[in-house]
Write a new protein. Structure first.
Length: 332
């Protein structure tokens, strides 16, 4: 059985963000996942997936509606205003720091970071930043990516003319709003889920031109990083900081399966000797939302996440115990 509670916490600029936690009811927690949703989304829509995940595995999931989205939006001015990239990454850092502070012993119950779609893109900029602007991030034991937005599939990418015009207008009116509705037919093959998103007024698919400009710049940088023969973009690293589970549907027509896999193959493992440093999972014929796909895909993805987290957690604990048992040798 699982329990879920809603709450809120504050960021340093005073923004109150809506949050939600899922946890097992009758078993001790062994791992934590901090989750980043994607564009036009909100954490309540993951209730079915996370409720089953934590009822099956001893994991506690922490999620929040990102700046500009869902129930974190309380005024029209806030709707879709995610801020520039520096603010996006700062929000992730602050939220992870807060979540880590709620974990009694993060070495014994390690923290994982999971991102879907644009949340995956943003988590990449957070975890692949070699110095994080001088901030020390909370310890992240593993990274989970679900259909990350490394590049957009041609079926969903705005035209070059639209992008060029948006960049010019953004210089004068950075907070000007636009609507970029994703095709419901591309999101998932589950018709019930598609209808729920289309009826939900909180899934407004609205952004600002400055936000669009930075999203596309992050896409460009990650796409460049995916090519091993090109220079590494400033502020990024080609080495993973921790083990990663990377999952993508081969029929995804929102984020590019090909570019996603190319970046996965480009990134160097954090430990060459670790057989679990990199794990790629392809879901043949699956669309963008693996967590809501029919025909057993969502259930298989759930098992992949739960079993991988359990494996990495067990190995992390074994490493911690070995370190604690190592005698301290002092030379005189």
């Amino acid at each position: 059985m699982a329990t879920s509670t809603s709450g809120a916490f504050f960021l340093s600029d005073g923004l109150k963000v809506y949050s939600r936690v899922w946890e097992p009811r009758d078993s001790p927690i062994k791992s934590h996942i901090a989750f980043l949703h994607g564009f036009g989304d909100r954490c309540d829509h993951y209730d079915a997936f996370f409720s089953l995940l934590v009822a099956t595995y001893p994991i506690k999931v922490h999620a929040w509606d990102r700046r500009g989205w869902g129930k974190t939006v309380r005024t029209r001015a806030q709707m879709g205003d995610t801020g520039r990239s520096l603010q996006v990454i700062a929000e992730i850092h602050e939220a992870l720091t807060y979540i880590a502070s709620t974990i009694p012993d993060i070495r014994q119950t390690p923290l994982f970071l999971m991102g879907h779609s644009m949340g995956g893109q943003e988590s990449a900029f957070y975890l692949l930043d070699p110095d994080l602007d001088g901030h020390r991030p909370p310890p992240v034991t593993g990274w989970i990516l679900e259909a990350p937005y490394i590049g957009l599939d041609p079926a969903s990418h705005p035209s070059r003319i639209v992008v060029a015009v948006a960049k010019q207008v953004a210089r004068v009116f950075p907070k000007l709003k636009f609507t970029q509705a994703l095709s419901g037919e591309f999101v998932t093959r589950n018709s019930g889920v598609r209808e729920r998103y289309q009826r939900d007024p909180l899934c407004h698919n609205t952004g600002t031109l400055e936000g669009l400009q930075d999203v596309l710049q992050r896409e460009s940088d990650l796409t460049k990083l995916s090519f091993s023969d090109q220079p590494i973009p400033s502020g990024l690293s080609a080495r993973l900081p921790c083990p990663v589970l990377w999952a993508h549907g081969s029929a995804d027509m929102i984020t590019s399966y090909a570019i996603s896999k190319r970046l996965y193959e480009r990134l160097e493992p954090h430990n060459e000797a670790d057989p679990d440093a990199k794990t790629w999972k392809s879901f043949e014929g699956a669309f963008h939302q693996l967590h809501s796909e029919p025909d057993g895909v969502a259930e298989e993805f759930l098992r992949d996440v739960g079993e991988w987290v359990a494996k990495i957690t067990a190995r992390s604990l074994a490493t911690t115990e070995d370190t604690e048992k190592t005698p301290l040798i002092v030379a005189f």
